[in-house]
Ligand binder design. Structure first.
Ligand code: FE
Length: 206
């Protein structure tokens, strides 16, 4: 669907937030100087708004839950296994998937900035980019998880994985109990973004 520039008419001047005004100014400079095509910019925004998002990661997780051979490939070479489902692209060139078990929980952070596996998870939530999460995830992961409402047994070991521009992590959450009869799509609907970052668990069966 063509994306029209109706935003020019939606807001009267003066109604833009400071961020919107800055984005608008930057966009017009880039377009005027010929650095970007407005259509290309629209396509990029549309892609991250609709096609790229945690539903992609959820497909990967659900497939791994029902197909042990796929799960093995995913843990051995996540980039290739994710590409099998036609998911990939910028920010997903070098993926590593780490598996949660009752004994071991994994948590993903980017301590340096906000590196995030865009093709499988879309754009990062605000808290992922915020300094408190980035600093405290490493120092006190159990405390951070508790703030997300996730209290793990004391016997569960927590490992924190620091993503970088070159290497980005995704968590394979545990399959919830009582989901034996669910098909792949129903399983995928239980997989939340936070479960794939490690700040949450997959949802229980509805
Ligand atoms: Fe980063």
């Amino acid at each position: 669907m063509a994306h029209e520039h109706h935003h020019e008419h939606d807001h009267a001047h003066g109604e833009l937030s400071p961020i919107e005004a800055r984005v608008r100014a930057l966009e017009s400079i880039l377009v005027q100087k010929g650095y970007v095509e407005p259509a290309a910019l629209d396509a990029l925004v549309e892609m991250y708004e609709t096609r790229v998002g945690p539903h992609n990661g959820a497909r990967v997780v659900a497939r791994a839950w029902i197909d042990p051979a796929y799960r093995a490939r995913l843990l051995a070479d996540a980039t290739a296994a994710i590409a099998e489902l036609d998911i990939g692209g910028r920010g997903g060139e070098h993926m590593v998937v780490v598996e949660n078990t009752p004994e071991a929980h994994n948590l993903v952070v980017c301590t340096l900035c906000s590196c995030y596996p865009w093709p499988v998870l879309g754009l990062p939530p605000v808290w992922y980019k915020a300094p408190p999460y980035r600093a405290r995830a490493v120092i006190d992961p159990r405390g951070v998880l508790a703030e997300f409402g996730l209290i793990l047994p004391g016997t569960t070991r927590i490992t924190v994985w620091d993503s970088t521009a070159e290497l980005r992590y995704m968590v394979l959450p545990m399959r919830p109990a009582g989901t034996d009869g669910l098909d792949e799509a129903a399983l995928a609907s239980l997989v939340t973004r936070d479960a794939m970052i490690g700040t949450g668990l997959a949802r229980a069966r509805p």
